[in-house]
Write a protein that binds this ligand. Sequence first.
Ligand code: HEM
Length: 488
Amino acid sequence: MYFCWEKLVPNKSGRLPPGPTGLPIVGSLHKLGAKPNEALTALARTHGPIMTLRLGFLTTVVVSSSDMAREVLQKNDQAFAGRVILDAVTVDSHHNFSIAWGQVGPYWRTLRRLCNTQLFTTQRLDALQALRHRKVHELLELVDQYSDARKAVHMGRMAFVTSLNLLSNMIFSSDMVDPQSESVGELKELIWSIMEGVGTPNIADYFPFLRPLDPQGIKRKNIVQVRRLHQLLNEKIDERVGARERGQPIYGDFIDVLLDYSDQESGSKFSRAGILAPLVDMYLAGSDTTATTLEWAMAELLHNPEKMAAAKQELKENIAGSMHTVQESDLGRLPYLQAVVKETLRLHPPVPLLLPHRADVTVKVSGYVIPEHTQVLVNAWAIGRDVQVWENPTAFIPERFVGSNIDFKGRDFQYIPFGAGRRICPGLPLGVRMVHIMLASLLHSFYWELPDGLKPEEMDIKDKFGVTLQKAVPLVAVPVKYLGGVAA
Ligand code: HEM
């Protein structure tokens, strides 16, 4: 005798959306494979743009078209704004204090408001622009050394270090990793490892009674790493609290904003845990996503030399000479570069299934009933490659975005690499600036070549599923500087 979900929940109109017949106990878990975004896209071809899968004990509805994404993220935004909490993110109750994993409620709304009105505003980001320019300049100096040594750059690793330091400077006005170091520093290691833990399919997420056993040891490993990350961040926070107590001038960076708010709200939930959790969120959500986008953009440009030439030509025409460093204020004059970033995010959305949403109440969508606490996954990867919407969807064609109004800000549901609605990525304005300024600077100051005589058409551009969708074979490329050296 076994539990047969399909018999209990027939796929009739008015009930759950249709879906594949799963196996006893595991349901359709075995169908997800190593690339769930692709497996779910294939299943949607058979079962439709809104389908139900039983994944162990977790009933999951998967949305795979722009129309259905609009139903979930706009029309029923409030109902679907909950989160399914993965076991790996429950270390020291992180999920109760986090923006990314918090359930919708007054505390989560306060955090989002703080992000939207204090941290990621144009004014604050403009004010902290000089910090980013300094980091980008260091990046160019590092690449210059590689160029002198005729050594290939490991693009993802370099972008990751730069993104981490860009974030650290926005938050603490200082570096957290040695930008010159080739070795994997402690913070990098911790973030990678925590992300890997969160991204590994965890049997305990599908069979909740297994949570206390933690059969794969994912949570046990994460406990050690998250606590060490807390320790590192606490040291930096303590330093700043001390400086403020000694009356040193306010920097106006993110930690100052959070400490000001915490002082104002003393005695509320916004204590040290209320500062730590959003910082952990920013490091985890902001570093790998940004670095992966940059790596994919460079990979696609190296794979498509005529697009690379067009991007470089635009820079040449709009920025005064290769010796001139690109400034964020220049970016508005670079529509092709912006289109390259958009096209990269369409083909390679770093968070292909968004973060797992949850129905907070029972909702009717397209005649189907989605019960409270159902997991809802939005396949942004499939939506960005939908043949009904995108011409030649698997080709890298930045031109499709030139002169087009389609944007990633959550209004155009055929293109949602940052999500949409209440849960849209709050770091979007910062992430976009970081990717653009790094990419423009790397392209403007250097020519890029593939190593060992590799031809563009021979490049491996397959991806590898995880919390972020990374290149399966890391991109390495050789920088060749213009005569006269790096921009100053
Ligand atoms: C290219 C860069 C980035 C991409 C593509 C990206 C994408 C996303 C996506 C798809 C989500 C989930 C949306 C959903 O579940 O509906 C998300 C959430 C989030 N992102 Fe980003 N992100 C990027 C950069 C950043 C940066 C730089 C930060 C902060 C420093 C950040 C902070 C967050 C946070 C805190 C959440 C959780 C929001 C919530 O659940 O309410 N992201 N991001």
